[in-house]
Design a protein around this ligand. Structure first.
Ligand code: PRX
Length: 640
């Protein structure tokens, strides 16, 4: 496949950027012209940030799976679409060519139809990183069902909340999943999640670990049986359902500053065009290259840069079931060597954790196939950037630092591999179509530099094609979360710096959202979970700098009856959080306190707690507005 919209030089970038700002509609129409549509659009963009209303390619109809699969069959049917590396390196890998993947997706789509799934139905997917996860996602898209993938580390309670919020009647899962040395009993978790549930009609179960599981008559069915049945019917392909451009493609739940995760909705056409455009450009993808994104499909990175972006570009996408440190810390490098990976896209937290093992895991591994390296999910520190550059890229691979979010669908600010300059720790320039602006707390654009940089809250002033269209079932929430803080701007929740060259550096969240190992977790969500534990009266959670995770979770807790061995109460609280949210949200530090620093109006002053959690005891700022400044002294003394 060739990509006529691929940026070839710095001047090309400048031209594309300028056109995308001056004439966004024609700019995106000229990209979109290279996709397969049933009907082209009447209007490229209809928008306002007040409602908000964001509709790209209005009037067009399409199916994203025809763009990810069918259109590659003739020329690239035999090239690998998914290269799957199992958790256990001794197990046989699986390579699904475009033809094979197309067939499996069609057959699974038929399974969904046979079980009563219709266009617009919400299907929750809770699986490990196996090809069937991609098949399930694409199978839903084939028939217009809205997939909601739930990361395999979330608890039964989190699943129940998501199933309920999306009113899902269908679930696709596995008996279990392998992750490093662990077997995770996914189906058991689903069973717990569905206790008392009356809406779920069918649970489709794929056998991966052959763990003993219960199968409820009439509700639970085996993937393999259903697929065999379709095979026996002689079905190898089915037509794709024609979707309106702005029909939802999927929901992905993500944490915000309030307690309840919200279902970010992406629409079919815009998401497709933008993930493809950014995949091809940011990584400077060349036909036949092997792309390895190490994310999990449970997160947006996996959706956009394992599944939809690479497949819509006809690329070969490596999908890895396991973890970077099992059976040893050389696993990524083995995979790069084994499949001659050209593009490696991972998270700073993974780099930092692998750095900690020294250089032996890299010894004897041939990494010479690598052409481009990428990072995503959190700010990358200079030490990790240098290590990645020197030890992995051997100083010859550009590193793209891609800044984006679940809500943005694809990368918004990033250098372009080999084309625009990089600067360690800086995401650098906005991609074509992206118009960032830094504002102060009142929403005024920052026009003065402070110590050589502009510094403010990062907003975007014009839509790009994969901006979220709503939050599922609650459009008002979408408005208040993203479009109400500053009128006529999309507010990212991040703070950023801009230098004299116009490069951006993302400094982290300015709201009550933590970024732990690149995973987004709301402080309110963790507090709600902690508060469910018997004896907890109140809690406040903040982030603190953590060498590997980027941010760790520090919880200050008022408890009415800690045991003489406080560590037991701590363990119980951690267990509670694990059950309510999942192990990813477990606090790293718990400090029991008698009081929290509150203003006279009862608001917790997190600023003070954040400073204490960072180990700062002297410059806590103004504490005179506190109801009881004495609590601060006590908290300082108890710092862990
Ligand atoms: O704070 C930013 C950080 O991750 C947040 C988005 O998290 P999520 O929706 O889970 O998506 C992660 C993968 C796209 C952002 O608000 N973030 C993401 N990428 C970067 C980053 N921070 C700094 N540099 C990045 N490259």
């Amino acid at each position: 496949m060739v990509y006529p919209y691929q940026i070839q030089s710095l001047s090309d970038y400048k031209k594309a950027y300028q056109q995308s700002v001056e004439d966004p509609e024609n700019f995106w129409a000229s990209v979109a012209n290279h996709f397969t549509w049933h009907k082209k659009w009447d209007k490229v963009l209809d928008w306002n940030f007040t409602d908000p209303k964001i509709e790209w390619f209005q009037g067009a109809t399409l199916n994203i799976t025809e763009n990810c699969l069918d259109r590659h069959l003739e020329k690239n049917g035999n090239s690998p679409a998914i290269i799957w590396e199992p958790n256990d390196p001794n197990e046989k890998p699986r390579i699904l060519t475009y033809s094979k993947l197309h067939e499996k997706v069609c057959q699974f789509a038929q399974v969904l139809l046979n079980n009563g799934v219709k266009k617009g139905d919400r299907v929750c997917i809770y699986m490990g990183m196996i090809p069937e996860l991609a098949i399930a996602v694409l199978g839903c898209a084939r028939i217009g069902a809205i997939h909601s993938v739930i990361f395999g580390g979330f608890s039964a309670q989190s699943i129940a909340d998501r199933v309920e919020d999306a009113q899902s009647e269908f679930i696709i899962t596995c008996d279990g999943a392998y992750r490093g040395a662990k077997d995770i009993p996914l189906k058991n978790v689903i069973d717990d999640a569905l206790i008392g549930n009356k809406t779920v009609k069918k649970v489709i179960v794929y056998t991966r670990t052959r763990t003993p599981i219960s199968m409820l008559k009439g509700r639970d069915i085996w993937w393999e049986d259903e697929m065999r049945h379709v095979e026996e019917m002689g079905i190898h392909t089915i037509p794709a359902v024609e979707m309106n451009a702005n029909d939802p493609l999927f929901i992905l739940y993500t944490s915000g500053s309030t307690g309840k995760p919200k279902g970010v909705v992406h629409a079919c056409a815009g998401y497709m065009v933008y993930t493809n455009y950014t995949f091809v450009n940011v990584f400077n993808y060349q036909p036949a290259q092997i792309h390895f994104c190490t994310a999990d499909i449970g997160w947006i990175t996996g959706h956009s840069y394992i599944v939809y972006g690479p497949l819509s570009a006809g690329a070969s996408s490596v999908m890895f079931e396991g973890v970077p440190t099992w059976p040893n810390a050389g696993r990524f490098w083995d995979i790069v060597d084994k499949y001659q990976v050209n593009i490696l896209y991972t998270a700073p937290t993974a780099i930092r954790s692998l750095m900690g093992y020294g250089l032996w895991p890299l010894q004897g591994k041939n990494l010479s196939s690598l052409k481009v390296l990428g990072t995503v999910g959190e700010p990358i520190n200079e030490e990790a950037w240098n290590w990645y550059n020197e030890q992995v890229g051997k100083n010859k691979c550009p590193i793209v630092d891609t800044w984006w979010q679940t809500e943005t669908g694809g990368c918004l600010i990033s250098n372009i591999a080999g084309i625009t300059p990089s600067k360690p720790g800086w995401a650098t320039l906005p991609l074509p179509g992206v118009q960032p602006v830094l504002v102060d707390d009142k929403g005024n654009e920052i026009i003065e530099m402070e110590e050589g940089v502009y510094k403010g809250n990062l907003c975007i002033k014009f839509p790009w094609p994969s901006l979220l269209t709503t939050t599922y079932g609650d459009h008002e929430r979408c408005r208040t979360n993203y479009f109400a803080t500053y009128p006529n701007l999309y507010f990212t929740g991040d703070g950023a710096l801009k230098d004299e060259q116009g490069f951006y550096r993302i400094t982290g969240r300015v709201d009550d959202v933590l970024n732990v190992s690149g995973h987004r977790i709301g402080t309110a969500e963790v507090e709600n979970a902690i508060n469910m534990h018997a004896g907890v009266i109140e809690s406040a959670v903040v982030g603190y700098p953590h060498d590997v995770k980027g941010q760790g979770i520090y919880a200050f807790i008022i408890h009415n009856n800690t045991e003489s061995d406080e560590s037991l109460t701590r363990k119980d609280i951690i267990q509670t959080v694990s059950r309510v949210i999942g192990p990813i949200a477990k606090p790293d530090k718990i400090q029991f306190v008698n009081g929290l620093p509150k203003t006279r109006s009862g608001k917790i002053m997190r600023r003070i707690l954040r400073k204490i959690a960072e180990g700062e005891t002297e410059n806590l700022g103004d504490i005179t507005t506190l109801l009881d400044p004495g609590v601060v002294e006590e908290i300082k003394k108890g710092y862990i």
